[in-house]
Design a protein around this ligand. Sequence first.
Ligand code: ATP
Ligand code: MG
Length: 555
Amino acid sequence: MSQVVVVDKPTNFIRNIIDKDLSQQLHNTIKTRFPPEPNGYLHIGHAKSICLNFGLAEDYDGKCNLRFDDTNPTKEDIEFVGSIKKDISWLGFGWAGESNFSSNYFAKFYAYAIELIEKGLAFVDFSSADEIKQLRGNLTESGKNSPYRDTSVEENLEHFKKMSSGEYKEGQCVLRAKINMSSSFMCMRDPAMYRIKFAHHHQTGDDWCIYPMYDFAHCLSDAIENITHSLCTLEFQDNRRLYDWLLEHIDEFNKPNRPHQYEFSRLNLAYTVMSKRKLQQLVEDDLVSGWDDPRMPTISGMRRRGYTPRSIRNFAERIGISKVDSMTEMSVLEASVRDDLNLIAPRTMAVIEPIKVIIENYMNAGVEKIQAPKHSQDETMGKREIHFSSELYIDKADFIETAPNKKWKRLAIGKEVRLRNSYVIKAERFDIDKNNEITTIYCSYDLATLGKNPSDGRRVNGVIHFVEATTAVNAQFNLYDRLFNIENPIKAENFAEVINPDSLVVKNGFVEPSMQNAVAEQAYQFEREGYFCRDNKSKELVFNKTIALRDTWSK
Ligand code: ATP
Ligand code: MG
């Protein structure tokens, strides 16, 4: 028996159930599944489910299947199948064997439907959708039986075959399970199992004109694949009754080690939306540049933004698994990526809003080379070469004519600051243009301060970043912030009105020459500015801001 005891992960109610099932030898090993509908790109909520399902399989030495839940041919697209696989692999997970499709099992589903009809447990209903709705009742009122409920088995078999061979029109009839019209669970009031749809399917082409309902297909797919623990979000809690009923009424699956469904609470994140339908709307309304816009909570958008797989997996670990519905603060996600990037991102300098600095007492000809560490706490990352000369760029925000108070740690006339990894400079005077904008700052530098404090004991408080001007490389910076300016945008009537207008600010500035060949998606820390990564779609040197160095939101 391959039971693995996991000690380093916090336990949760699902792990407790698995531990019990394994110790009672209900199963020898576990098999979970991740069942996305290929109707959109995966988002951070899916990542929670992926980390849970694939993570459990890893920890318990079991397996996790990837199954595309493709029972809704009109809404699905093969494009999404590829993107979903790519995203799961990028997160570092692998599924057992080939990926599966619910549609692989259409022939089996059909046979199970026949079994139910033969047992007198399903019937073809010719009532209109409205009539069915009328008779369903509601939470306080019991439903009423359909006039077609007592059709004979033979007739039902006949009708169902005709449904599947295209002899009835779309909407003319549905196959319903015969359960209990007065159940307190609405999903048990003779739920529909099959509907007619003359739709082309991306996997099965025109083979079928009837398609199974989600509730029917899902539990049967789990059972066909020998899934042990079928994990889904809380909104399917009631549907568990139907899940169990169906498996208990199909002979092949009515056994103790059949799959069981367990529900956990879904991820809700403040300041964003997660439903694929809503994300699609953002794309269609051109409010973002696509599913992989770095502001999107999609895996592909987060990858482009500079999130690492580990930061997402750590986030899933931090939020844990429970049955309590809650709203997770964006700062929890942001802290996960910040913590990861702090460890792995090489340091470098970029000037995002450049202003020219001339060092007037710099007497050397040409450019001086300085070795700077790639990471001040991790020597193993090695060094990079930076440059210094009489012409530099610093950031506009790092200079003011007159320091407002003694706490000012940046440059001001008559004040000294250290240029990061380099010398101490002092601002002497500046030029302005006709709009009163500062164009050039003239400074002096202290030759004796490279890597040392001034020898006469003067204290220099501030450190600012810079790049040498003649070797600096042009770069574009996409400064991202949260997409929405309200905590719960799902409630907004019009997304355009609640989009944060500063969610993308584009700037043109300079980076060190060592950044010329920056690798796409590789994280860097632009010192004092934040974590950035090179955009994976632009040929030019474009850097996307992943996250600021510190949390500026929760203040
Ligand atoms: P959406 O509403 O975003 O379209 P969905 O549930 O329709 O999501 P599916 O493709 O059917 O999307 O989901 C695949 C799996 O991911 C399901 O098991 C579902 O429960 C899970 N999942 C989807 N959204 C979340 C979320 N926000 N938190 C946790 N799990 C989620
Ligand atoms: Mg769905």
